[in-house]
Design a protein around this ligand. Structure first.
Ligand code: HXC
Ligand code: NAP
Length: 283
């Protein structure tokens, strides 16, 4: 689908890049010629992922441990990646924390845990790198990974919904404010993509898993490579005029939940015959 060196000469930092969707994006960027750094808390996970990915590339993936909730660690991460690669062109704010729970069962620390990673972490990374880009006159792209409930909200994942809504607002706000510096902001809103991290916290039983699948009009979950392809396009120069946009990749899931009559899918042909008689009476 892409030309071989689509992302050549780009240095891309992916937070949460050692697992799940972050890793899939990192692998795709690498395959398309980018130089890639991955960051998260667990150094051993990062190193193992970097080693596996690097065996398929000329430029080894650079692993950097960082808790994005800590602005000093974020600054140190940016220093380390800049020292290693000389620059950063693209930041992918993918690191996240989440779990299902009735909100009334949550402590303020549980809220802080998720808001800290998703909203503050994304903000600290964007602010730190954005200031560097602006000071040096370098252009850049920020890709934020949100969710579709960033705009609908969702019960039982309220800290995540509030945090992702904040990240979406950050995306759209800075898309305008920092465009004058040549900094683009874009976002992806994934529907269900089975990853160990997400599934273990959001759909830990087979019936919860099945429920997620049933919500998708296309009748399946997403494949990581589908999301990675979208990310590669959005951070590439071919998307240079896309700014402030959030692209949904969910098989139609959130619209199915939103459309008032979509549940009529369950009506049988025989029932439709009866309903047609009733509705046609009304001239
Ligand atoms: C209720 C919980 C909880 C749970 C933790 N807490 N898990 N409360 N239900 N399942 C509470 C703890 O009791 C504690 O509060 C507070 O939260 C902090 O917990 P810690 O374990 O100390 O937090 P920490 O070690 O910082 O870990 C953060 C985490 C963890 C978010 C809790 O799950 C994590 O590290 N996640 C990272 C990866 C991840 O979540 N991936 C999924 C992303 S999927 P008290 O009061 O007891 O001290 C995603 C997809 C969305 O975002 C859309 C899907 C379709
Ligand atoms: P995942 O594998 O659990 O990814 C989360 C990553 O964030 C992990 O690599 C984790 O690594 C890192 N992380 C967590 N806390 C961190 C912190 N404080 N500092 C730095 N890194 C931290 O889950 P995923 O499914 O791939 O999720 C990736 C992104 O997609 C997230 O933004 C998520 O909200 C979004 N998303 C996923 C789905 C889905 O269905 N999978 C749907 C919608 C949106 P460490 O533990 O090593 O820190």
């Amino acid at each position: 689908m892409f030309e071989a060196n689509l992302l050549k000469n780009k240095v891309i930092l992916v937070t949460g890049g050692g697992t799940g969707l972050g890793r899939a994006m990192a692998e795709k960027f690498l395959a398309l010629g980018a130089k890639v750094a991955i960051a998260s808390r667990r150094q051993e996970v990062l190193e193992a992922a970097a080693q596996e990915m690097s065996s398929r590339s000329d430029t080894p993936v650079f692993p950097v441990s960082c808790d994005v909730r800590n602005p000093d660690q974020v600054a140190a991460m940016m220093d380390t990646v800049m020292d290693h690669f000389g620059k950063i062109d693209v930041l992918v704010n993918n690191a996240a924390g989440n779990f299902i729970s009735p909100t009334e069962r949550l402590s303020h620390r549980a809220f802080d845990a998720v808001l800290g990673i998703v909203l503050h972490g994304t903000t600290y990374c964007t602010l730190d790198l954005g200031k560097r880009w602006i000071a040096s006159g370098q252009s850049g792209t920020v890709l934020n990974i949100v969710t579709t409930y960033a705009w609908t909200g969702s019960g039982y994942v309220v800290p995540s919904a509030a945090a992702k809504a904040g990240v979406l607002a950050l995306t759209r706000s800075l898309a305008v404010e920092w465009a004058k510096y040549g900094i683009r902001h874009v976002a992806i809103a994934p529907g269900p993509f089975p990853t160990e991290g997400a599934w273990s916290r959001l759909a830990p039983t087979p019936d919860l898993h099945e429920k997620l699948v049933q919500r998708v009009p296309l009748g399946r979950v997403g494949e990581k490579d589908e999301l990675a392809n979208l990310a590669a396009y959005l951070v590439s120069d071919y998307a240079a005029f896309i700014n402030g946009e959030v692209v949904t990749i969910d098989g139609g899931e959130w619209l199915k939940g939103a459309g008032e009559f979509n549940e009529l899918e369950a009506v049988t042909p025989e029932q439709w015959d009866q309903l047609a008689e009733l509705t046609r009476k009304n001239k």
